[in-house]
Design a protein around this ligand. Structure first.
Ligand code: PEP
Length: 246
C-alpha cells in the first residue's frame, strides 16, 4: 500500500476572504480526492470563515497559522483558541520560521502554544528548522534538538504522537532553493528518532513545487509537504501530489 501524503498549504499573509472563495471555486473543479491524500489549507485569520466554507465543501482540512495560548483577556491583537474553535478550526501551524525570526517567538512561547492547542483537542503543525548560518556552522542538529525538545517537554507520548511535524530549513523557505531530497530525508529520519515515535507524521517544507515533489515525497521519512508559494493556486498546489504519483 502506498503511504498517505499530507499536502498542506500555508498561505502566509496572502488571500483575502474573496480570494479564498475564488480559490475554492477553482479548486473544486480540479481536485480529485484520493484515499492516500490529505489536503490542508492554512489561511490568515480574516479569511478563516471563507476557508471553512470552501474546505468543508471540498472535504479538506483547514487551519490557522498561529494562535495565542491564553483563552481570553488583555492581549491586544491576539486571537485565542476558542475563537478558532468557533470557526471549526482543527489544525494550527506553530513555530513557523517567520514567527520565530520576524516576530521573535521564543521556544518557550511555542511550547506554551503547542500545549494549549493540544489541550483544546486541536492538532499543532509544529515547524522547526535551521538558518543557513546555523547549517554552515555545523549546528543544524543542535538547533533543531533545542527547538523540538523545548516544544515536547512535559508532553505525554499520546500528545507527542498527535502533533504533525514540519521540518522547514529557513534557507529553503520562499527562496526557490529547496533542500535536496537527501538533506531533507536525513533531517526527517533524525527527527523521527529524536521524537522517539516511529509513526509520527513529518512534513518537509521549503520551496516544494511540482518539479521537485516526486523526489522529496518519495523519501522514506517524509510524509508530505508544507507548501507556501505553490499553494496559492489550486493547479500548482495539487500538481505536487500528481507529480509524486506519476
Ligand atoms: C512555508 O511558508 O512554510 C514554505 C515552505 O514556503 P515556500 O513553499 O514558499 O518555500
Amino acid at each position: 500500500m502506498s503511504k498517505k501524503i499530507y499536502l498542506y498549504g500555508n498561505w502566509k499573509m496572502n488571500m483575502t476572504a474573496a480570494e479564498t472563495k475564488k480559490f475554492f471555486d477553482e479548486f473544486a473543479g480540479i481536485y480529485k480526492p484520493a484515499s492516500d491524500l490529505e489536503v490542508g489549507v492554512f489561511s490568515p485569520f480574516t479569511s478563516l470563515w471563507a476557508l471553512a466554507d470552501g474546505a468543508k465543501k471540498n472535504g479538506v482540512v483547514f487551519g490557522a497559522q498561529n494562535v495565542y495560548f491564553e483563552p481570553k483577556g488583555a492581549f491586544t491583537g491576539e486571537v485565542s483558541i476558542p475563537m478558532l474553535a468557533e470557526i471549526g478550526v482543527t489544525h494550527v501551524i506553530l513555530g513557523h520560521s517567520e514567527r520565530r525570526h520576524i516576530f521573535g517567538e521564543s521556544d518557550e512561547m511555542i511550547a506554551k502554544k503547542t500545549k494549549a492547542v493540544l489541550d483544546a483537542g486541536m492538532i499543532p503543525v509544529l515547524c522547526y528548522g535551521e538558518t543557513l548560518e546555523e547549517r554552515e556552522a555545523g549546528n543544524t542538529f543542535k538547533v533543531m534538538e533545542r527547538q523540538l525538545k523545548s516544544a515536547l517537554e512535559g508532553l505525554k507520548p499520546e500528545e507527542i504522537a498527535k502533533i504533525i511535524y514540519a521540518y522547514e530549513p529557513v534557507w529553503a523557505i520562499g527562496t526557490g532553493k529547496s533542500a535536496t531530497s537527501g538533506q531533507a530525508q536525513e533531517v526527517c529520519e533524525w527527527s523521527r528518532k529524536l521524537i522517539a515515535d516511529p509513526k509520527v507524521v513529518i512534513l518537509y517544507g521549503g520551496s516544494v513545487k511540482g518539479s521537485n515533489a516526486k523526489e522529496l515525497l518519495s523519501m522514506k521519512d517524509i510524509d508530505g509537504a508544507l507548501v507556501g508559494g505553490a499553494s496559492l493556486k489550486p493547479a500548482s498546489f495539487l500538481e505536487i501530489y500528481t507529480a509524486y504519483k506519476n
